[in-house]
Design a protein around this ligand. Structure first.
Ligand code: NAP
Length: 474
């Protein structure tokens, strides 16, 4: 693994970055810890102002940031611009709401005195992030932790170093004190070294099971609190009475957006028998209409995948799925361009013992299943090691929500495209990880929820009784 920007559209090596030195890591830990001590005493409203300024600077530099992202990992330029705006929205939201969310909470208690929970910073957070949304993944951790006063060290993916550096530069330009977000090109061993360091008090990873197992293992060994945002095989359930115009309009986007490299892409389409043929025909048509090309060109609708390695891995998974009996109803042909293009593909007839039944395919491959009852749809949706998100299309939204609540995932959208916004919690269950980012829940990920109980009159009456000091007058 080396940190390099290789443009996946034309395979040009744009820039290489050396690994961080031991001194750089030690200096980031020391600066981060010092800043933690300073921010503890600072008024939170000062950080809110800086975070709003981060949003403003992101918007000011939107074009360069979007270009860097597209060159790093290939996504369509329009999607890169959308990502920069989303990231600015997240910064603004936490700047607007962080102070309120972090206010002390009173507790109604029978203990003597007044009890409240205060929310304090805990120390440096080590974040490890993936390439698929190079800015958004950082901001999901950065915004809430900056508000609470936790400095951060960022280890970004090896193939998006330019985006990582530019994000950190924008944060600095916005006036965030040194150490607020230190981007370091760390080796895996250095990530473990940072996690072991007593100044690091939280670990956040978004990525695969591979990365998650390693980083959560290191965090567990060092007894550091951690959040894991991992992979998914989200179901897209189409009930028999769904509005098929909406389904047909949304299904292909739910799979192809970001070239299918989204944790919450709809990877399994579970379709009721009466609408199955229409669904497959339409998906074929939509996939066939996609236009591969330069992701910088706004007319391109199919971007390359992020690296040659990812493309090869996906092709191997597809070959294995076919060897195990899956049927290709569309796709699986080469695209005659030098970049890392992968033809959108539709697979059916995936049996339970096919690896494609339970392995995440992180690219433009849609697995389609036919079901004969709602219960069969729910059972199939749940017969999966992952539990991240999902979509349900139903004739009636309330009924769709009843089905949604029986699906074992962290997030389900009914009759709509899945979206992410700062006020909505993001995360999953099962192998999709634990903890939530964004929203009021994400705000509390690395907070010391400190209990303070205060009284002017101690209660001596019941101390011998042990832990519960009841008021003897009551
Ligand atoms: P990955 O290999 O796990 O990489 C993610 C990050 O972890 C990268 O920075 C990677 O660094 C680092 N990493 C990997 N192994 C490590 C180790 N042993 N020690 C320290 N750091 C390590 O994930 P990916 O395959 O690139 O990303 C795609 C996956 O992320 C998919 O499974 C997708 O579903 C998931 N994802 C989940 C969410 C969510 O919110 N739940 C969001 C987006 C993506 P290197 O790049 O240097 O290897």
């Amino acid at each position: 693994m080396a940190y390099r920007t290789v443009n996946p559209y034309n395979n040009e090596v744009v820039k290489e970055y050396p690994f961080a030195t031991e001194d750089e890591l030690q200096s980031a830990l020391a600066t981060g810890h010092d800043l933690y001590e300073t921010m503890k005493k600072q008024d939170i409203s000062e950080r809110a102002k800086i975070l709003h300024n981060v949003a403003a600077k992101l918007r000011e530099h939107s074009d360069e940031l979007a270009r860097a992202c597209t060159i790093d990992m290939g996504k369509l330029i329009g999607e890169s611009k959308g990502e920069v705006e989303l990231v600015a929205i997240i910064a603004d939201w936490f700047a607007d709401h962080g102070e309120d969310l972090l206010k002390p909470e009173k507790i109604d208690t029978i203990a003597t005195g007044d009890a409240e929970i205060q929310h304090h910073a805990t120390g440096v957070v080590m974040m490890v992030e993936p390439w698929n949304f190079p800015y958004y993944q950082i901001m999901r951790v950065f915004a809430p932790n900056f508000m609470v006063g936790n400095p951060m060290i960022l280890k970004h993916a090896a193939n998006t170093p330019t985006s990582a550096k530019m994000f950190a530069d924008v944060v600095a330009e916005a006036g965030a004190p040194k150490g607020s977000l230190t981007n370091l090109f760390l080796s895996y061993d250095q990530v473990t070294e940072a996690i072991d360091d007593p100044r690091v008090q939280g670990v956040a990873l978004t990525g695969s099971e591979r990365g998650g197992t390693a980083v959560a293992g290191a965090a567990g060994k060092a007894l550091k609190k951690n959040t894991m945002e991992l992979g998914g095989m989200d179901p897209f359930v189409v009930l028999g009475d769904a509005n098929m115009d909406d389904v047909n309009d949304i299904a292909w986007r739910a799979r192809i957006y970001n070239t299918g490299q989204v944790c919450t892409s709809s990877k399994r389409f579970i379709v009721m028998d009466n609408v199955y043929d229409e669904f497959v025909e339409n998906l074929k048509k939509k996939f066939a209409g996609l236009k591969p090309g330069d992701p910088m060109d706004p007319k391109t609708t199919l971007a390359p995948m992020n690296t040659e390695k990812s493309k090869n891995k996906l092709q191997k998974q597809l070959d294995d799925a076919i060897a195990a009996g899956a049927k290709v109803v569309y796709g699986n042909e080469p695209i005659d361009l030098p970049g890392q293009f992968f033809m959108p593909t539709i697979l059916t007839d995936i049996d339970k013992d096919n690896p494609a039944y339970s392995e995440e395919m992180f690219g433009p491959i849609a697995a389609v299943y036919k079901v004969h009852s709602e219960q069969e749809a729910i059972d199939l949706a749940n017969d999966n090691p992952y539990g991240l998100g999902g979509i349900v299309f139903a004739g009636d939204a309330d009924h769709g929500a009843e089905v949604a609540s029986q699906i074992e995932t962290g997030m389900v959208f009914v009759n709509n495209f899945m979206s992410t916004l700062p006020e909505l919690p993001f995360g999953g269950v099962k192998l999709s990880g634990y903890g939530r980012e964004m929203s009021h829940i994400g705000q509390m990920a690395f907070v010391n929820e400190q209990l303070i109980v205060k009284t002017d009159k101690p209660n001596m009456g019941n101390l011998a009784g042990g832990l519960v000091a009841l008021d003897p007058q009551e």
